[in-house]
Design a protein around this ligand. Structure first.
Ligand code: HEC
Length: 406
């Protein structure tokens, strides 16, 4: 193996490692502060300017947290700012988007049977989407719509569903999922960088000048941070979805995104209500469960982007010889999925999946079925190696017959 392949694989792995750690730190602090905010209690012995107090116990000590609603009367010498968790998550996420989806757009972002576009066009569309997503969201929050949380949420949800539909008609299912995930993630980080932190700085500045800060600055930051809190669960789903083709590569992939948002928001609503010591809205779990069942049902309705009625998931082939299956897999899959892949740009077998011997083909029978029969996620790029529907049926019949190898 050449050094550049090894370096490339490790770069990818390291960026992913950093991204997950930064994401955990960011989501953790976001969950923590929303919880803290909701659990603050008022009583008459609070100091001037304090809006509420909470007692917490962790790691062998007791913490007495108080929140100054706009700002404390005197600015403390040391302040901890929470922003690098968010920035590091975005920077590492963008790095991964570039290394995988932009540098190998043919494999990851584009499905030429969905839309036959050049890698440059695909990257341009993706970047434009990231920028515009933030611009539109920001304008919406600042417009009169931003004063009505319920309406803002409904309009935002409708836009998101429209975008999900749109992007599944431009990119591969995998690409569309990562695009929507990256757009939401960019909105969340941009809120931190462009609204939450600058507003906080303005508050600090006016305190230093001895003025009373404008409470609207803090309120705007708070609104964004609540949005971020509700968006975390769907974003994490989208980020890990690329290993699960039943989500991104099944026919109703865009509806699945909408349902995932419903699940994520319902579950957050449950915890947020509970942490605020309101009656627990147990119904949210029924909503989440119903949406999850709907997702599972939808994912069984066949692959995305199949022309005509041809659905390889219904085997017409009765009995198949393993030799036929092996021929198909060797000729359509193993140029990438082999100990030494022959495909340009593929250095090591993707995800360690090698499909070059009968034993390895048998070992991966279920995954082969999920990737190339139940969905058409593989071969990638819109069937780059041109597997036929009949070939998919042969694989289907073999797996459904017990995936035997002589
Ligand atoms: C042009 C190269 C190429 C061809 C041909 C190809 N694959 Fe893949 N395959 C990939 C890449 C790239 C990934 C990694 C996707 C990712 O990063 O999530 C992958 C991932 C997989 C995975 C693992 C998915 C996961 O997330 O763990 C399976 C299983 C798989 N392919 C099966 C197949 C089958 C079956 C065929 C033939 C019908 C096939 N592939 C043809 C490039 C290819």
């Amino acid at each position: 193996m050449t050094m550049s392949i090894i370096a490339g694989e490790w770069a990818n792995f390291l960026i992913r490692w950093v991204h997950v750690i930064a994401g955990i730190a960011w989501i953790g602090s976001s969950f923590y502060f929303v919880h803290l905010d909701l659990s603050l209690r008022k009583h008459d012995k609070l100091a001037a300017g304090v809006g509420g107090e909470a007692w917490q116990v962790h790691g062998g000590g007791f913490y007495n947290m108080v929140k100054y609603m706009v700002a404390p009367p005197h600015l403390p010498k040391e302040l901890t700012w929470f922003k690098w968790e968010a920035y590091a998550t975005w920077i590492s996420g963008m790095a991964m988007l570039i290394v995988m989806y932009y540098a190998q757009a043919d494999l990851y972002l584009i499905d030429r049977t969905v839309l036959d576009i050049s890698p440059a066009a695909a990257v341009a569309i993706s970047v434009a989407g990231l920028v515009l997503g933030w611009v539109v969201y920001d304008l919406m929050c600042k417009s009169p719509l931003g004063r009505n949380d319920a309406l803002l949420g409904a309009v935002g949800f409708a836009l998101l569903v429209a975008l999900s539909y749109g992007f599944t008609k431009v990119f591969s299912g995998r690409g569309a999922y990562i695009q929507i995930g990256a757009m939401i993630g960019t909105i969340m980080v941009a809120s931190v960088a462009m609204t939450i932190i600058p507003n906080q700085r303005k508050i600090v500045d006016s305190l230093l000048k001895g003025e009373t800060p404008d409470p609207r600055l803090g309120a705007a930051g708070k609104q964004r941070s609540v949005h971020n809190n509700y968006l975390t669960l769907p974003v994490v789903f989208l980020m890990i979805s690329n290993h699960y083709p039943l989500a991104f590569a099944s026919r109703w992939n865009w509806v699945i995104i909408a349902l995932v948002v419903v699940i994520g928001v319902s579950v957050r609503h449950f915890y947020n209500s509970r942490h605020a010591h309101k009656p627990s809205p147990w119904w949210t779990w029924a909503v989440a469960a119903a949406a999850m069942l709907a997702i599972i049902g939808l994912s069984a309705l066949g692959p995305a982007n199949v022309q005509g009625a041809a659905n390889a998931a219904t085997p017409v082939v009765q009995k198949v010889a393993f030799a036929d299956v092996q021929d198909i897999v060797i000729s359509r899959c193993s140029m990438c999925h082999a100990a030494e892949p022959g495909w340009d740009g593929i250095g090591v077998a993707p995800k360690g999946v090698m499909l070059d011997t009968p034993e390895r083909i048998k070992l991966h029978a279920t995954e082969i079925y999920l990737q190339s029969v139940a969905t058409h996620a593989m071969p990638p790029g819109g069937n780059l190696t041109e597997i036929s529907d009949d070939d998919r049926r042969v694989i289907a019949a073999w797996v459904e017959g017990g995936a035997h190898v002589p």
